[in-house]
Design a protein around this ligand. Structure first.
Ligand code: 3UK
Length: 546
């Protein structure tokens, strides 16, 4: 270790270390306390990929997509070829950032791993982002090189016109794409992982930012393994025979962990559906006998409506994250499939899930208990512990944690070394954590604090409700009233009678003061790129601003 507390960097380009927050505003990173130990010299791709070949598992299936099957050896070949192109043809120097733009395709996985193996820093972006949205990470992370699915170059070219620093876009994914052609050069099949430090940054993941500018969260090589060795090994407990799939984009750390890192850590296979709607997921599960699935609560609900005549018996582990899992969805899934849903709260800042009970400890309706290796507590506005049963701010610490790229908002996320996620939770006497709302989403009506998600969970227990979002709407008398936006199931039409029925349903299910005084039926709800309900957009609608 050097005097700065870092291991000696393997990066020639020191951008990441230069732009990490000052040490005093870091969270406590409790690696040893979590029972983890990583060598000072560590390239996570050597561990996740090369180790399987060295230990004789090269023939095992790594990636499945439609008719494509790649073994670990084949994946390693692609990764090595791309890493050689990056360093020999494209001038990549270790520590450089590389923007990645693609859907959940095998080449996206290979490109991600290649950038990291070559000592670069991956900055992955979602396929739906437009030129203006791509310009932000390009500028913020000072990115000169992008690898892009050949079908998605147009918006990136638009961003390049705005950001002179982006010197080069290299397309991949078809026989005549530039990257694919360069990869075929002789002598490119081998590539030794660049000798990076365990605390060198290898990933900058931008938050999907419901408000304000996105934040770039910086993660180390050791973080990639830590999430596998905590959540993966201690809660998920999958086996090398499992096949993983799911819907979250690989640019979202929920997807990167669930679809790529967790299976690769144990030599299991990932199944990457070209599209990832509910019907596509069912197709993938049925066709490729998937056993582990990662998706959002709304997707489980949508899948339930489409299960008639389908065979998903291969499934054995189903993880729900990204948004609170309503008890109604948990119950309906269990009733229909006989399986529990593994709820888990994660965050881009924490890289992956830090609270979530293993199957044998689930309490329906609760997010669960801290993942072994992580600690969680509830604090008040001043950062003091509150008694069990009292709602307050969720604070967590563990082997991973928040380090924003050059961003003053670092100070808002960390108190005394604990990560403050922005969620209001309560802990019960048994140590289980119960989600209330995003801290800034609490509705205050006539002096009562009402959590929108609790009202949503109750509405979802009514059979006509497909999806809903509940926010505060301005009201001269009460400050705010509870307003519900409801998407009805197919074939149902909303009218005043149904409004009354739903209001009575809520009054009968939870404390009557929480019932939605206003209900509006809508065709769809505003969602972020990662599929989360945009409550701030609903609030704007409720305020009549759109
Ligand atoms: C909310 C949840 C209740 C919560 C994520 C798994 O969602 C992920 O990361 P984001 O940065 O958002 C973080 C915020 O989302 N949330 C997530 N899961 C739950 N709320 N119950 C849940 N189970 O507000 C949190 O602060 O987009 C999830 C793995 C990796 C991730 N990045």
């Amino acid at each position: 270790m050097t005097a700065s507390g870092f291991a000696r960097s393997g990066h020639q380009d020191s951008f990441a270390r230069d732009n990490l927050p000052p040490r005093e505003s870091w969270p406590d990173l409790r690696v040893e306390e979590a029972g983890l130990a990583y060598p000072e010299r560590l390239n996570c791709v050597a561990e996740l990929l090369d180790r399987h070949l060295a230990e004789g598992r090269g023939d095992r299936t790594a990636v499945i997509a439609s008719d494509l099957h790649w073994s670990y050896a084949e994946l390693a070949d692609k990764v090595n070829r791309i890493a050689n192109v990056l360093t020999r043809d494209l001038g990549l120097v270790s520590g450089n950032r590389v923007l990645l733009r693609a859907g959940n395709t095998p080449m996206m996985v290979a490109a991600y791993l290649a950038v990291i193996k070559a000592g670069g820093i991956a900055v992955a972006t979602m396929p739906m982002l437009r030129a203006g949205e791509l310009a932000y990470p390009l500028r913020k992370a000072k990115i000169a090189l992008a690898l892009c699915d050949h079908r998605l170059t147009a918006e990136l070219e638009g961003a390049k016109a705005q950001v002179p620093g982006l010197a080069r876009i290299v397309a991949f994914g078809s026989a005549d794409s530039e990257l694919d052609a360069l990869m075929a050069q002789p002598g490119y099949a081998h590539f030794e992982a660049v000798d990076t430090a365990r605390d060198d940054v290898c990933l900058i993941a931008f938050t999907s930012g419901t408000t304000g500018e996105p934040k770039g969260t910086m993660h180390f090589h050791q973080d990639m393994l830590a999430i596998c060795d905590c959540y993966g090994a201690r809660v998920l407990k999958a086996s090398p025979e499992d096949r993983f799939t799911g819907s979250p984009p690989l640019a979202f750390t929920f997807g990167l962990g669930g679809l790529v890192l967790f299976p690769m850590r144990i030599g299991a296979a990932m199944v990457l559906p070209e599209r990832a709607g509910p019907a596509d997921l069912i197709d993938a599960i049925e066709r490729h006998k998937v056993s582990v699935v990662f998706t959002a609560p709304t997707a489980y609900r949508a899948i339930l409506d489409k299960l008639d005549g389908r065979d998903i018996a291969s499934l054995r582990i189903c993880v729900s994250a990204g948004e609170a899992l309503p008890k109604a969805t948990f119950d309906a899934w269990q009733a229909r499939t006989g399986m529990p849903l593994l709820d888990g709260i994660g965050a881009t800042e924490m890289l992956h899930i830090f609270i979530g009970a293993p199957r044998e400890k689930i309490r329906p309706g609760s997010t669960g208990i801290p993942v072994p290796g992580y600690e969680a507590k509830i604090v008040d506005a001043e950062g003091r512990d509150v008694p069990d049963g009292t709602p307050g701010r969720l604070a967590v610490r563990g082997p991973t944690g928040c380090r924003y790229l050059a961003d003053a908002r670092q100070a808002n996320y960390i108190i005394d070394g604990w990560n403050i996620t922005g969620d209001t939770y309560l802990r019960d006497a048994d140590g289980y954590f119960w989600y209330q709302a995003r801290s800034d989403d609490m509705i205050v009506s006539a002096g009562y604090n009402i959590a929108g998600p609790e009202v949503e969970a109750c509405l979802l227990t009514h059979e006509v409700v497909a999806e809903c979002g509940v926010v505060g709407a301005p009201c001269p008398d009460r400050g705010q009233i509870v307003k519900a936006y409801v998407v009805l199931r197919e074939g149902i039409t909303g009218d005043d009678v149904l409004v009354k029925v739903l209001q009575e349903h809520v009054k009968a299910g939870i404390a009557p003061y929480k019932y939605p005084r206003a209900i509006e039926f809508v065709e769809a709800l505003p969602k972020t790129a990662t599929g989360k309900l945009q409550r701030f957009a609903l609030r704007q609608i409720a305020r009549g601003e759109t």
